[in-house]
Design a protein around this ligand. Structure first.
Ligand code: ATP
Length: 304
């Protein structure tokens, strides 16, 4: 079990993290979300032992994670960290980078393991290309493969797909998170992307004002967002008098709807349109299968 006990941290005077406590079980997948600057990366670095803790403790099983005051070399064998800036060896190939920390004792096993990892991150065609010739997204995939090469017990991922295009992102996400679950690797992900969280995380932590503002399953937080910050992570929403937070997909055009509004703008979203309308002087957003005439008077209903 990963245990974070009453952790506080500051770079200068201002607290970045204040009295943070949570746990993650072996094999569990936990996401950390929060606005830019809320301390997600700092928290991952602290979990990795990158800084000394002014207050609080971090344990993995019986081992206390300690910072550079206690460890000559930052980090522990049971844990790997893929930072936003990945640190690869540019003049050797993708396969050599992935295998850099694997034992040379059994060359065939080593090659099989490299091939398996190339498959997980979908980089088989690039095995023999030098890393300096790769794009940012390809480098990010090499960094992920190298981090899981020696099967860590915990993997810390900071915005793991931020450099990866939408063509690859969906299948890569499924492939990596399935691999981690199958191998019982605890995974802590800092992310801005709801798609990293909704289908894959067991728990989700929302950081705000240096504290944990909410912690629950993604499904519970999605279905009952207790404030606008949480709702905004999941999508377009409205804060309606008498109703509270209502996502755009919950507000529907309805002949007998009690909310009278005027269409202001249509935004094509692929599977539907996001319609912006004026409701008593307030902008509201709802989804609809087609665009509506600007200026049209409409009635809306809230559906569950
Ligand atoms: N090395 C540092 N020295 C001083 N302040 C820092 C340092 N690293 C981060 N900070 C500050 O700490 C706060 C938290 O930064 P952090 O990178 O942890 O946020 P984040 O939630 O990961 O942001 P983002 O989503 O933009 O990556 C920010 O205000 C940032 O400016």
């Amino acid at each position: 079990m990963l245990q974070i006990k009453n952790l506080s941290f500051h770079y200068k005077e201002q607290a970045i993290l204040n009295h943070i406590s949570f746990t993650a079980k072996p094999g569990e997948h936990l996401s950390i979300i929060g606005e830019s600057g809320s301390g997600k990366s700092t928290l991952l670095k602290l979990l990795y032992g990158y800084y000394d803790l002014p207050a609080g403790q971090i344990f993995w099983k019986d081992t206390e994670v300690l910072g550079p005051d206690y460890n000559l070399v930052v980090g522990y064998d049971f844990m790997k960290y893929v930072a936003q800036e990945f640190d690869l060896m540019p003049y050797i190939t993708v396969a050599e980078n992935i295998g850099a920390f694997l034992s040379n004792f059994y060359p065939e096993e080593k090659q099989a393991r490299i091939n398996e990892l190339l498959k997980v991150v979908e980089l088989e065609p690039y095995a023999n290309i030098k890393v300096k010739e790769l794009s940012g997204g390809q480098k990010q995939r090499v960094a992920i493969a190298r981090a899981i090469a020696k099967e860590p017990e915990i993997l810390l991922l900071d915005e793991p797909f931020s450099h990866i295009d939408n063509f690859k992102k969906q299948s890569l996400r499924r492939s990596l998170f399935k691999y981690l679950k199958d191998h019982h690797i605890t995974c802590i992900v800092a992310t801005h992307d709801k798609d990293d969280v909704l289908s894959f995380s067991d728990q989700m932590i929302v950081l705000h004002d240096a504290k944990i503002m909410a912690q629950d399953t993604p499904e519970n937080l999605f279905k009952n967002p207790k404030n606008k910050l949480i709702a905004s992570f999941f999508g377009e929403y409205n804060d309606l008098e008498n109703y509270g937070i209502i996502y755009a997909h919950q507000l529907k055009l309805h002949d007998k709807g009690s909310l009278k509004a005027t269409v202001k703008q249509n935004y094509f979203k692929g599977t539907s349109y996001l319609i912006e309308a004026d409701l008593n002087g307030t902008n509201v957003f709802f989804e609809h299968e087609s665009a509506l005439n600007i200026g049209a008077s409409i009635s809306l209903n809230v559906s569950s």
